[in-house]
Ligand binder design. Structure first.
Ligand code: HEM
Length: 188
């Protein structure tokens, strides 16, 4: 078990929590309260009750315009995640690896390999997200960007599943054989 987390790694961890929570939060809002499909229906129904008829296209444009400022936060948190991943590479280089190697038990190997898979997932999300944001200046076709978006959206579910599993795993370890694990990620 790693005994101490460096200050840099601890700051990185909590900034990463903010970035991933922001990304998942904006994803959640896009699919629920700010879904253009639901909101365009509301716009059509409400306006129609006032005697104003609008087309589906017009209602869709209004619903998307309402969603747009919220979605800008997805890009802001996304850029934050991409910068954090670069910082993580720097920490890996500075600290000469993950520092996971001393615990050879089957359980901890599984946990640490899980983290490595999660880093790979985040890296994929960051690269695909950057491509989606700047596909035009990058010279990528709209069709190809659309395919990337579908994979980006699918892999997002891995993040959705990982986060509660990670929190549950850490809390279980804290209550079993790794007392103080949570405070070690806060105060070292
Ligand atoms: C934990 C990481 C991330 C998660 C869970 C996530 C989640 C998602 C999901 C679910 C969608 C599809 C939304 C939909 O079409 O309904 C999406 C789209 C998108 N994401 Fe991410 N994302 C992540 C990282 C990023 C990053 C790092 C960036 C950019 C720097 C980014 C930029 C975008 C863009 C531009 C779209 C397309 C939006 C559109 O078509 O209007 N994402 N993301």
């Amino acid at each position: 078990m790693k005994t101490n987390y460096s200050l840099l790694l601890r700051i990185w961890h909590w900034l990463n929590v903010i970035a991933v929570t922001g990304l998942l939060g904006t994803f959640f809002l896009r699919k629920t309260f700010l879904s253009w499909k639901d909101n365009s229906n509301i716009i059509i129904e409400k306006l129609s009750s006032y005697g104003i008829e609008v087309s589906i296209e017009q209602a869709k444009a209004v619903a998307k315009a309402i969603r747009a400022p919220m979605w800008e936060w997805h890009i802001i948190f996304g850029i934050m995640l991409a910068i954090l991943l670069l910082l993580r590479l720097f920490i890996l280089w500075k600290e000469k690896g993950f520092g996971y190697d001393h615990d050879k038990s089957m359980h901890m190997r599984l946990v640490y390999n899980g983290y490595k898979v999660f880093y790979a997932v985040l890296l994929f999300m960051a690269i695909s997200g950057i491509i989606l944001t700047w596909y035009e200046p990058l010279g990528i076709s709209k069709d190809f960007a659309h395919s990337i978006k579908e994979i980006h959206e699918l892999i997002a579910w891995v993040v959705v599943i990982f986060v509660p599993l990670h929190i549950a795993g850490v809390l279980m370890a804290e209550n079993q054989d790794q007392k103080g694990l949570v405070s070690k990620m806060i105060s070292g």
